[in-house]
Design a protein around this ligand. Structure first.
Ligand code: GLA
Length: 750
């Protein structure tokens, strides 16, 4: 019986060791002296170290991902893991950096290809590594016999320790190959009890944080929609699980414990697979969604994957999100490392819907300017024959009845009021009732002879086609060249159906999943280069297109069409695990709210939105003089602390999730000179007061002055005290009742 001896000795050992302990023992015991000469690659940044090496077979094997190791520490060379009896080969038990599907691999492959002669076996071995400074590295792998090469790119950020990984798959065979599955990267953690955090949702209900133990088997988080989607977001975090028996000594919570996290930079169909392999290692594989995926590579062609970012924190999920926010602001956003705080906007969508015209917009603009708004944005309805959502998408001329003199008079008026001007567009869509569709019915995603399923009465233009790409780029370029527009709200209001591309050869049509997104990015990039002062928001019926891919080209996102200020608290909380307040637009709209019929005060609504990048979306024609005064005062207060809120370090002091009756956040400026705190009640019951707020992240030795933006503390709250006082003694707020809110700032006294 194959493997019997090995199993017997293993079973004896199991008597005295836990499985995890046993594995570690076996791994170290297996490393021979010969192994010490094999190459080990190590990347250090921030508080983390990442290492991998070439094992005795030539596989590229993961060695370490976690807290930063000493500069002189020597990481033992890679050695393949044992075969588990006769059923799991060493190839499948050894955690590879980028595993080809072949040689009996049962875990999730990074790459699966089929060859013209029917071979589907792919085993990637190390060829060479090319360092590029201490922080980045390219590693070339090649199949053991075929001319298929993969270049893995690694780059670690010195400040945050966040690692960027991607792969470039090249076909140097004489015949074409088909890539059936291609990940950007695979991540491995050693056996332990872990908790998985991930974000899910739906339209008007985005950004739910889910947390569950990682069990044997696979957990798939994905979008098959052709775009990022509301239903799940390409972000994960893995922390040690405190709730399990036999949990390790260190378990992670909001502010303590080890957390590993990742985010995929892709706005098309994507998939993250979190699996536990036969030896209890946790593997995360992420990249293009293999569902309906088929990318033919002709000889000489290559396929570049998206980037998969990964990071580590030993300060819990709070530490993880702070590291990620810093990285996103410093490295990902278009104006990184110094993106400007977002202007306070006014948007008329909830006030007017499609009923936009020059006098109506001017009236709203005058009122918006009077409260200190910086940017006036006209939403849907200004173009083509767009009176409802049944017509007009695709026809990007100014509607002559609504704007007889074009957009110029409105834009001039907005400028005269001291604001800049922004406009809504939905460039990738077409209504069948449009001149564009009547002229080019073949421009949409479709399978000839099959129904074209409409959603919101619209179809998706096939951006993978070069003529469609040219049209979209052309009309946007013209719009931006002919009008003084500072901002585009770029919307995308449905997902794909019948994703056919019949102009391409049959065996290349499924490239649409990649080429569409590449052309989207190319258009955004072209427009940004040509119109460098224009800023862009990524919107997809709310938060359906938020990921680190689109965020290379867009300055902000619309997290949800749900602007209910209470719902927004938990959405903003969920959002903040993966994305920073800098990009999180948050409008104050009308009460009672259209979605939940919930009534809240203007102050509560303002404070809820002030936790992110503030906007106003209410019908100002219905506001009272008192409303204008409240908004004006709070917008001024917001302007004075905005950099701390949107670029500071965020501490989620009390979570609004899971039916919490209270919530609070604190943002601390990087230099610790200022902190801003927001607190909210849902309902107070049985006379209980607001819980003690012990602040975090301050300089304990500095003196900070307390100023209330809204609300007050209990009697005896000092107006000035040390950072140590605010962090230990804390603040008791005088806050009770339903849907109440308070906010205060602490400023360092020099
Ligand atoms: C989407 C957006 C909204 C609004 C409408 C306009 O739903 O998310 O904010 O722009 O489209 O049709």
């Amino acid at each position: 019986m194959i493997g019997f001896d090995k199993m017997k000795s293993t079973l004896q050992l199991r008597l005295s060791f836990t499985l995890a302990g046993l594995l570690v023992l076996m791994l170290f015991a297996a490393r021979s002296a010969r192994a010490q000469t094999r190459q080990v690659f190590r990347l250090d940044g921030g508080n983390s170290t990442y290492a991998f090496g070439v094992n005795e077979r030539g596989d590229l094997q993961t060695l370490y991902w976690g807290g930063r190791l000493g500069p002189d520490d020597k990481i033992p060379a890679a050695h393949s893991y044992m075969e588990w009896a006769s059923f799991d080969s060493s190839y499948t038990t050894t955690p590879q950096e980028y595993a080809g599907w072949g040689a009996g691999l049962f875990t999730e492959p990074a790459l699966k290809v089929s060859f013209a002669d029917g071979n589907r076996d792919l085993v990637l071995h190390f060829v060479q590594a090319t360092p590029n400074g201490a922080q980045s590295l390219e590693v070339e792998l090649k199949d053991i016999s075929r001319e298929v090469y993969v270049t893995l790119k690694y780059s670690i950020d010195a400040d945050s320790g966040i690692l960027s990984r991607s792969a470039n798959i090249k076909n140097r065979e004489k015949q074409s190959i088909v890539v059936e599955q291609a990940a950007a990267a695979q991540w491995t953690l050693p056996p332990d009890r872990y908790m998985l955090s991930y974000l899910t949702g739906r339209w008007a209900g985005e950004w739910t944080l889910n947390q569950e133990p990682i069990h044997p088997g696979s957990r798939v988080i994905e979008s098959r929609r052709g775009s990022t989607g509301h239903q799940a977001n390409p972000w994960f975090a893995i922390s040690r699980d405190a709730s399990q028996k036999n949990a390790g000594p260190i378990t992670a919570a909001e502010e303590y414990g080890e957390v590993w996290f990742g985010a995929l930079a892709w706005s098309g169909s994507w998939r993250l697979t979190v699996e536990v392999n036969e030896l209890d290692f946790v593997r995360v594989t992420g990249g293009f969604n293999p569902f309906d995926f088929r990318y033919k590579l002709n000889p000489g062609e290559h396929l570049e994957t998206p980037v998969f970012y990964g990071g580590y924190s030993d300060h819990g999920l709070g530490g993880a999100s702070r590291v990620l926010h810093r990285f996103e602001i410093a490295n990902v956003l278009p104006h990184a490392p110094n993106p400007k705080p977002r202007p306070v906007i006014y948007n008329s969508w909830e006030a007017t819907e499609f009923k936009v015209d020059e006098p109506g917009q001017v009236a709203l603009a005058e009122k918006a300017a009077s409260i200190g708004v910086d940017r006036f944005v006209m939403d849907d309805g200004w173009f083509g024959q767009r009176k409802t959502d049944h017509a007009g998408l695709g026809d990007w001329y100014v509607n002559p009845e609504k704007f007889p003199n074009g957009l110029k008079p409105l834009i001039d008026k907005v400028h005269g009021l001291g604001m800049d001007f922004g406009l809504w567009v939905e460039p990738e869509m077409v209504n069948p009732d449009s001149d564009l569709y009547r002229k080019h019915p073949d421009w949409v995603l479709n399978f000839p002879g099959r129904p074209r399923s409409e959603q919101r009465n619209q179809l998706v233009l096939n951006l993978a086609r070069s003529d469609v790409r040219d049209y979209v780029e052309g009309f946007l370029d013209k719009l931006l060249s002919e009008n003084d527009i500072a901002f585009l709200k770029w919307d995308y209001n449905r997902n794909w159906s019948e994703p056919g591309w019949d102009q391409a050869p049959v065996d290349q049509q499924q490239r649409v999943y990649v080429e569409y997104i590449r052309n989207l990015y190319a258009i955004l990039s072209h427009l940004r280069n040509k119109h460098p002062n224009v800023e862009i928001e990524s919107c997809s019926g709310g938060g359906g297109r938020v990921d680190l891919g689109i965020l290379h080209y867009t300055d902000e996102v619309w997290p949800s069409d749900n602007t209910d200020p209470f719902d927004r608290l938990s959405m903003q909380d969920g959002f903040s695990y993966a994305y920073p307040p800098q990009i999180m637009m948050a409008w104050v709209t009308d009460s009672p709210h259209w979605l939940n019929s919930r009534s809240t005060s203007l102050t509560y609504r303002m404070l809820s939105s002030m936790q992110g990048s503030l906007g106003i979306g209410a019908n100002l024609n219905h506001w009272t003089a008192e409303d204008f005064a409240t908004a004006k005062r709070l917008i001024a207060a917001y302007h004075s602390v905005q950099p701390t809120i949107v670029r500071g370090d965020l501490y989620r002091l009390i979570s609004p999730r899971d039916g919490s009756e209270m919530s609070a956040t604190e943002s601390v400026a990087r230099d610790k000179n200022q902190a801003v705190v927001f607190a909210f009640t849902h309902s107070t019951q049985e006379g209980r007061g607001f819980p003690l707020l012990q602040l975090q992240g301050l300089d304990p030795d500095a003196e900070y002055q307390l100023t209330f933006i809204e609300g007050k503390g209990l009697a005896g709250t000092p107006t000035s005290a040390s950072g140590a006082w605010w962090m230990h003694y804390g603040v008791w707020l005088d806050l009770r009742g339903d849907f109440q809110a308070a906010a205060f700032r602490l400023d360092r006294q020099h």
